[in-house]
Design a binder for this molecule. Sequence first.
Ligand code: FAD
Length: 300
Amino acid sequence: MTTHDHYNLIIIGGGPSGMSVAVGAAEAGLKRILLLERHPRLGGILNQCIHLGFGLSYFKEELTGTEYAFRYKKNLEETCTEVITGSFVHKLTPQKQVAFVCPEGEFVIPADHVVLATGCRERTREMLTTPGTRPAGIFTAGLAQEMVNIHGLLPGKNAVIIGSGDIGLIMARRMTLEGARVLAVMEILDHLSGLVRNKIQCLDDFGIPLYLRHEILEILGKNRVEAVRYRDNATGEVKELSCDTLLYSVGLIPERDLLIDAGIEPGNGYYVSGNADYVHDLVDRVTRDGERLGRSLSGS
Ligand SMILES: Cc1cc2nc3c(=O)[nH]c(=O)nc-3n(C[C@H](O)[C@H](O)[C@H](O)COP(=O)(O)OP(=O)(O)OC[C@H]3O[C@@H](n4cnc5c(N)ncnc54)[C@H](O)[C@@H]3O)c2cc1C
């Protein structure tokens, strides 16, 4: 547990953004840096990304998310940063005090600078207010990714993916490789939301259809999802598709509730970085921006 009662910098979130802010700040000469991460391991969302596609720009090599996190962690270990995993930050004050709980107890520690590197959260069915029943079998794509890649659980056997964001495209391939059938990816827009490379590698290579301008009208099913009713907005035709699982991949929202709840705007010693600032497609950019932010901070 920490020995200081005041830090030059406290970083909330130990994903690629939080780690890179710490590395940049250490380069700038800050000595008392504390990194707080709620999970047992550093790495953030990268820990559940076992697909290739990370690090081409930063490491000049194509890595999986887990490899990227592992490699970057070594940079962090070379700094003086104190890391407390299993620590959940629950409150901030305008005086730059950070309140957190961890296995050792509850602490409130002040800092010169506080960086929010808390990532983002997924939009859910409830946020879209999709009509219908509330059966089992409805997941966000990121939760399904965590189930499959970390817990070894398959969310279902016959899936429809709603929305064409990158997590949904990657999960279409992942579910297929694990033996599920992905019947379709349905997108209300007339264009793909995710990266084109993910459509080619995750849908086209596996023969999974992408239906653009298709809108989910209703979820059907009593205990478990049984079907979705949808409309082809190009023709107006309404149809049903039988399935037992729905994965929502309909956008990410920067996670800034700690600042909002405290009525704090970024500035005056508070900063926001990585996906908590805006949603990044590529982690390399997150890392570079984080290092730059860290280097811009000065100690007192
Ligand atoms: C499915 C998926 C596929 C992707 N594919 C690629 C790809 O192929 N190539 C690529 O370059 N990029 C990819 N990305 C993007 C990249 O992974 C992200 O942009 C990057 O991980 C964001 O980093 P971050 O540190 O801002 O957020 P995160 O990685 O989400 O880290 C935030 C951290 O903050 C912690 N935290 C949150 N709240 C608190 C709190 N109150 N107290 C303590 N800790 C807290 C969380 O536990 C988490 O560890 C992908 C992302 C996803 C989700």
